[in-house]
Design a protein around this ligand. Structure first.
Ligand code: NAI
Length: 343
């Protein structure tokens, strides 16, 4: 039975990983702590490591894990912006879960949009307090509005379908356009024409701060910004500034640039040091969820099953179709058609 050190464990992770672990012969040791240079030593004596979005997998951590004999990092998520893949090359293989219910994230995005537009969060609090006043709860129809979708991969496509179901007009931008029946435009046109903008592209050097001060200038007044992708896509200070200047009408964020220090934890009763987050949360037109878009039963089960299968394929000497291949520089779409391992 292979033994895997599982970092940044949450209660909801355990049932599905136990189920598939038992089925496929993988034993997990669950650590609550995140993976970092200070905690990497906990992987001593294990065959591999399982990590998540806010674990630190930079050069010092990779070197430490490699020194402990770790040969695989199984990311239990799609994004891998927190992994120094270049540094892993030749030392530690990295696998991920490229797809698991894109519906989970796309539906959460629409839930945030509807909550914001129809003021459901305010109405919920009011009626709980027997306040049945409608004052300040005016919304608007989504039907006929223009939504700009940046990144039309698995999640973006599902979100587009949902928006079409609402009778919205869809504009899209993608570096590699692949969706059918959608009008692709350049970023500036999308910025200028969209009533709502939703981000569904990965965080890369190219997309970091895609929404910065200069982009905010180009936005339509009153635009709603949705981000369920990665926090670093938005310069949070520029977003805050745009909200203060009434340029941005609302923001719905499931991710935040500096989320690793706060998200997934309970800080109620504590003083949060992040002034930008605190100011954003104080805005009546900002809704923040704590990186929960993936959190459905279907998605968690899919994540656990694929992660366990990635591990058994690796240790069984098989080809890992979900390996992030650094060798050809084409990380997600290996030009060698995955006939062999990355190294
Ligand atoms: P995907 O790989 O299917 O689609 C990503 C799309 O972004 C592709 O069409 C790609 O061509 C496009 N893209 C790449 N570089 C771009 C650029 N420079 N500009 C514009 N578009 C670019 O990925 P998927 O599954 O749709 O996930 C999208 C993102 O959602 C992930 O990268 C991840 O960061 C985020 N995510 C968030 C979750 C959450 O719980 N909040 C859960 C799962 C994913």
């Amino acid at each position: 039975m292979m033994k895997i050190a599982f970092f940044d464990t949450k209660d909801y992770d355990i049932p599905s990983f136990e189920k598939f672990g038992k089925e496929y012969g993988v034993e997990f040791k669950y650590y609550e702590t995140k993976l970092s240079v200070d905690t990497a030593g906990l992987a001593r004596g294990y065959d591999g490591v399982c990590a998540f979005v806010n674990d630190t997998i930079d050069a010092p951590v990779i070197d430490k894990l490699y020194g402990l004999g770790i040969r695989i990092i199984a990311m239990r998520c799609a994004g891998y912006n927190n992994v120094d893949l270049k540094h892993c090359f030749g030392k530690i293989h990295v696998v991920r879960v490229p797809a698991y219910s894109p519906y989970a994230v796309a539906e959460h995005t629409m839930a945030l949009l509807l909550t914001s537009v129809r003021r459901i969060h305010k109405a919920y609090n009011r009626t709980k307090d027997f306040n049945f006043s409608l004052s300040g709860l005016m919304g608007f129809d989504l039907h006929g509005k223009t939504v700009g979708v940046i990144g039309t991969g698995k999640i973006g496509k599902v979100f587009i379908d949902i928006c079409k179901g609402f009778g919205m007009r869809v504009l899209a931008y993608d570096k590699f356009p692949s969706a059918e029946g959608v009008q692709y435009v350049c970023l500036d046109e999308l910025f200028g024409r969209s009533d709502i903008i939703s981000l569904h592209c990965p965080l890369t050097e190219e997309t970091e701060h895609l929404i910065d001060g200069a982009a905010v200038e180009k936005l339509k007044k009153g635009v709603i910004i949705l981000n369920t992708s990665r926090g670093g896509l938005i310069d949070a200070e520029a977003l805050l500034d745009g909200i203060k200047k009434r340029k941005i009408g609302a923001a719905c964020l499931d991710v935040y640039e500096e989320e690793s220090d706060v998200f997934f934890r309970d800080f109620s009763g504590h003083i949060v040091d992040d002034d930008v987050l605190a100011r954003l949360l104080s805005m009546p037109n900002v809704i923040v969820t704590s990186h929960q878009a993936f959190l459905t039963e279907e998605a968690l089960s899919g994540i656990a099953e694929t992660t366990v299968k990635n591990l058994t394929a690796f240790f069984g000497g098989e080809l890992c179709e979900n390996e992030l291949c650094y060798r050809c520089g084409n990380v997600e779409n290996c030009v060698k058609e995955r006939r062999e391992r990355c190294f």
